[in-house]
Design a protein around this ligand. Sequence first.
Ligand code: KIV
Ligand code: ZN
Length: 389
Amino acid sequence: MGVSDVIIYDTTLRDGEQTPGVNLNAKEKLEIAKQLKNLNVDIIEAGFPIASNGDFEAVKLIANEVKGVGVSALARASRADIDRAYEALKGAERPRIHVFIATSDIHLKYKLKMSREEALNKAVEMVAYAKSKLQDVQFSAEDATRSDWDYLAKVYESVIDAGATTINIPDTVGYTTPGEFAQLIDYLKTHVKNIDKVAISVHCHNDLGLAVANSLTAALNGVRQIEVTINGLGERAGNAALEEVVMALNTRKDYYKRNVNINTQQIYRTSRLVSTLTGISVQPNKAIVGANAFAHEAGIHQHGVLSERSTYEIMTPESIGLSHSSIVLGKHSGRHAFEARLKELGYNLDPEAINKAFERFKDLADKKKTVLDQDIEAIVENKSISVPE
Ligand code: KIV
Ligand code: ZN
């Protein structure tokens, strides 16, 4: 397959806001939406307008103020939901209504209390209703990956007939695996009439830690749109993380052969903003945006990176908007990194003095997790250093 663009659909403000404990007001949502625009995402899912007046106002504000990007709003397969979404989206330059209904037998039986046929009819009726208001209509078959494939194909085929322009395949409970997901996408491509006339999208949850892997598999299998959130926020274990999906596609373009139009240098800034406003901190070892993602502690690694960064860095910190990687001085660090830090701190010691300082450094590093710049200054200047118990 040749190189083609992947649409990045960001749902931080909708599914991301479903992270337990997160509640963003309209002003905070607008600030994040503006930053998502700087990041150059293709579509912002701004919220679920029927859910609350606050969410309605937030979607409306974003639709009115953030231009040059698609703005989407979620609606269940109900007229009231679609009317509310449409109302909120009126000011948007490129509005999209996202209609969803569950298709798995578990959801039909216990949640919707509907037969397969009733859900199919409802999906068709509501997609047609949304289409009567807007051109751009996305349809999601909730819990698609636990649905009967034959029935799922029938639902997608029918909503395409009714006017859906994007059909989304949600792995709602993070149940599928990369191999199985590839088979499902392939099955739908061969069993849904006119599927080539619409955009196929995926929306992967991370219950088994597979959201990014499943999304990347979908990219490999030619889907047009991937739904993501900043820092992987979202219901339960979250959604596929934008920063991971995008940097994987970019770093391994040789393999995936897909383009994304994201301004990756805005990734770090966006991650920090979302973390600050949601109050959800980013784990230090989180890929791409964690505090340790570009930090090197072991002497062998530090020596490598100081000689040639690509020895232990597959992407540059600058590519996500950081100014540099960091060399953390600890008990695994070697002389090479220690000498480099001395120089950075302005010390120009003779070899004998470096030997002595390095010995004191190693002694201290055995007692302390991280040796800070002020510790190094104290070492060189022969001052005493207090070590926490
Ligand atoms: O996970 C899910 O199924 C959803 C849908 C509304 C797309 O978030
Ligand atoms: Zn979801």
